[in-house]
Design a binder for this molecule. Structure first.
Ligand SMILES: *[C@@H]1O[C@H](CO)[C@@H](O)[C@H](O)[C@H]1NC(C)=O
Ligand SMILES: *[C@@H]1O[C@H](CO)[C@@H](O)[C@H](O)[C@H]1NC(C)=O
Length: 356
């Protein structure tokens, strides 16, 4: 009995020992496979990471539109532009601001991050109506041309508003290989100074708006111009008295230069920025009795914006020419931008419009 008992106890000890060994083995095996799985996962992660780092194609670089703002000081409509630029998801624009020398766009002077430090450090004092305005345009172009991805160069004033969202605006401008330049022959007496002959013959004399969109090729031509610009500096100055010459350099320069260069076949001869001209209530003789209307808070209604969007043709009376506006071969609205708006007017419109 004692022996049996002892033999039994011996046997049970042996079983326990075997059981423990088995459990240990099982545990070891589990550990091994777990490690194996982890290792496999880790290798896979590493593989993907390296694939992503080395073999993924670089993000596509889209051609950009350079938005060139000409401002006196700050940009009063910066919040509206901020909403507009937020509509871009592919880095398809760049911004340059020409403001008075020494003016800084920082957190104190703009509420939009898009304009922080975007002002040119070699800007000049602009006298509105003088050839310094053209020089400011040339400085803007010089800077913007340094970025090879800038394909279009769009001039804007500090009172301009976008009428559409970013993608519509971008597609409209990029869908043609031409510049948009408001341009017509200017027969009004007194604006062409005969002293410009023969460098600028009168048949190349053009008028239009300074708010143009230029292709890269035409932007280069403006920056490199060393014949038409000096003529403007010498012989195209703001009038001192209303009976004198009133050349209005900024409304003649780009269009006359492109006509001089024989490049009118490469432009759409209309601008994309709408300006409303007030004839009746004008007290300003400077522009032959015309001056641009400024829309204030009370004027900024959806129907005003709609009436500008609805314009689908432009009449050039001096040339008996009517320009029906198209985009991608189809009838399209003529204007993408409008001026002049005060800040309160623009903010009211911002609440009604949706750019994003
Ligand atoms: C303007 O900034 C550029 C760099 O962006 C610099 O090379 C140049 O010297 C600066 N010019 C002036 C006048 O400060
Ligand atoms: C942008 O505006 C156009 C024209 O108004 C519209 O058809 C389009 O849906 C808008 N796109 C976005 C992303 O809001």
């Amino acid at each position: 009995m004692k022996r049996r008992s002892s033999s039994f106890s011996h046997k049970s000890q042996q079983y326990r020992w075997r059981r423990n060994l088995f459990a240990l083995l099982l545990f070891g095996l589990c550990c091994f496979f777990t490690l194996l799985i982890f290792e496999a996962q880790y290798t896979r992660i590493k593989l993907f990471a390296s694939l992503y780092r080395h073999n993924s194609p670089p993000l596509p670089q889209f051609p950009k539109i350079a938005f060139l703002f000409i401002a006196r000081n700050r940009l009063p409509l910066d919040i509206v532009w901020d909403a507009f630029f937020q509509g871009d998801e592919d880095n398809k624009f760049s911004i340059f601001v020409h403001s008075r020398p020494g003016f800084l766009f920082n957190k104190a002077t703009t509420k939009s991050v898009y304009f922080l430090n975007r002002q040119l450090n070699d800007s000049i004092q602009v006298d509105w109506g003088g050839s310094s305005m053209i020089e400011a345009e040339r400085i803007l172009l010089r800077h913007a041309l340094e970025d090879p991805s800038n394909e279009r160069f769009l001039f804007l004033s500090d009172s301009c508003l976008p009428l559409y969202n970013f993608s519509y605006t971008y597609d409209y401008i990029m869908s043609t290989s031409t510049s948009f330049v408001d341009s017509f022959s200017d027969t009004k007496e007194g604006r062409y100074n005969p002293k410009m002959h023969p460098v600028i013959p009168v048949h190349n004399w053009r008028k239009g708006s300074q708010w143009a969109v230029l292709t890269r090729k035409h932007a280069h031509i403006v920056v490199r111009d060393d014949s038409v610009f000096p003529m403007f500096q010498l012989h195209c100055k703001p009038a001192e008295g209303w009976k004198e010459h009133n050349c209005i350099p900024d409304e003649h320069y780009v269009q006359t230069l492109l006509a001089q260069e024989g490049l009118e076949g490469e432009i759409t001869r209309r601008g994309v920025t709408h300006t409303s001209w007030d004839v009746k209530s004008s007290k300003v003789r400077e522009r032959q009795g015309w001056h641009p209307v400024t829309y204030k808070l009370a004027d900024a209604t959806p129907s005003l914006i709609q009436s500008i969007k609805d314009i689908d043709n432009i009449n050039y009376e001096t040339e008996y020419r009517k320009e029906w506006c198209t985009s991608k071969g189809k009838p399209a609205p003529c204007f993408l931008f409008a001026r002049k708006f005060t800040r309160p007017a623009a903010l009211r419109l911002l609440n009604m419009a949706s750019y994003t």
